[in-house]
Design a protein around this ligand. Structure first.
Ligand SMILES: Cc1ncc(COP(=O)(O)O)c(C=O)c1O
Length: 383
């Protein structure tokens, strides 16, 4: 990857016509190291969040060794890293993918949320006895921006029976949930663990793995989540109230919190119409999360030679022919922004490159490395 001092140096040198992701390897490495250090168990990175090879390698450089994968393509991405351990945490898996995961890639941890999936895993692994089978349970909606209820997860009432079936198969049982992505309330993990406690008590079989999933947040404009330490404290408090099991191990599956800060995206202004800016990336591309969840990224104008200081609010539009491709909210940029300028969006490492559709042939493929600090939102607490 080419390396630049910062995004402005990159646009000065490359004058890019296509959107460019700026990866900050040190920010990524530090985020991984901090999370691994803070979490009292195994941290599995949720590859779905950003599967770029340099992102996976950067997390590994920070001491992360385990990966939550959901497809064959993600398994292959993680397998390219020396020594990486993958865990297949999708509750509904393709039969051929399970076969390859077990026999070719040596994966031994699988999630499930229904009996047929348990039967499938046991059948394709030849009734294996060396598995960790992690039951996903559905949860009520917590204070999370992205709701993950209602699609995956056994109902709490069905969970004890499924745990007993797993234990009877001779494999190690686990229990997992997802509180929703960008979870703003640490107490959600404590509540979810209390529900797990009821399930464990009723199941009355050993369940040595508790996986608290993802959901750990990052800061966006207008959102200042509690620190990671508050989430860890809530998880520890919740885990301490579970029925005792001296051999119990904690797992988690963070995505967003590990990678959001480490990437920014540089887009080009193709056209200005009043206070409307037409960009070369948008809602069908790297900025999908803005449209889907109202995510507000910090922005700054990049113009070699400098821009004006007076600010104004602009509406942003993506490049495709579709009116859906308009971005919510207004962005504060220098009043003199014009065609040919570049705009940098910070905090965009999560759910950006992986959500691109290529609609109308627009796609951001280029990654470069930059050496400056992350472009973060200005903290209201600090202001
Ligand atoms: C099973 C599972 N684990 C982990 C994650 C990562 O979640 P987050 O990015 O909120 O940490 C997701 C996201 O959808 C998920 O579905």
């Amino acid at each position: 990857m080419e390396v630049f001092a910062d995004a402005l140096a990159m646009v000065t040198a490359l004058r890019p016509e296509e959107p460019v992701y700026c990866l900050r390897p040190k920010v990524l490495k530090d985020a991984a190291a901090q999370f691994v250090q803070a979490f009292p168990g195994t941290v599995m990175y949720a590859v779905k969040c950003n599967d770029h090879p340099e992102v996976l390698a950067g997390l590994q450089a920070g001491g992360l060794t385990d990966f939550d994968v959901a497809s064959l393509s993600e398994i292959e991405a993680a397998a390219a890293l020396p020594g990486a351990r993958s865990h297949y945490m999708h509750p509904v898996k393709n039969r051929q993918a399970v076969t390859l995961a077990y026999h070719r890639f040596g994966i031994r941890t699988f999630a499930l949320d229904h009996e047929e999936e348990l039967a499938k895993i046991l059948a394709v692994t030849g009734e294996a006895r060396d598995l960790t089978l992690v039951l996903r349970v559905d949860m009520p909606r917590f204070d999370s921006v992205c709701d993950l209820t209602g699609k995956f997860g056994a109902e709490a009432a069905a969970a004890p029976g499924l745990l007993r079936r797993i234990a009877a198969s001779g494999n190690r049982a686990g229990l997992t949930f997802h509180v929703g992505s960008q979870c703003l309330d640490p107490g959600a993990y404590e509540s979810a663990l209390a529900i797990c406690g009821g399930i464990l008590a009723e199941a009355a079989v050993p369940v040595p793995v508790i996986d608290v999933g993802g959901g750990f947040p990052t800061a966006y404009v207008g959102t200042e989540p509690p620190p990671l330490a508050a989430y860890v404290a809530a998880i520890q408090a919740g885990a301490a109230r579970l029925p005792a099991d001296p051999g119990r191990a904690l797992f988690c599956e963070p995505g967003r919190a590990l990678v959001a800060e480490a990437c920014s995206l540089v887009v080009k202004v193709e056209f200005r119409r009043g206070h409307r800016l037409y960009l070369n990336d948008g809602a069908y591309g790297s900025l999908a999360d803005m449209k889907l969840f109202g995510t507000v990224y910090p922005v700054r104008l990049l113009r070699p030679g400098g821009a004006g200081r007076r600010m104004a609010t602009f509406s942003l539009f993506g490049p495709t022919c579709d009116s859906y491709d308009s971005l919510p909210g207004g962005s504060s940029l220098p009043e003199d922004v014009r065609e040919g300028d570049w705009i940098e969006f910070g905090q965009i490492g999560a759910y950006s490159n992986v959500l691109q559709t290529r609609f109308n042939g627009f796609e951001a493929r280029r990654f470069v490395a930059v050496a400056d600090d992350a472009l973060r939102p200005v903290s209201a607490r600090a202001a």
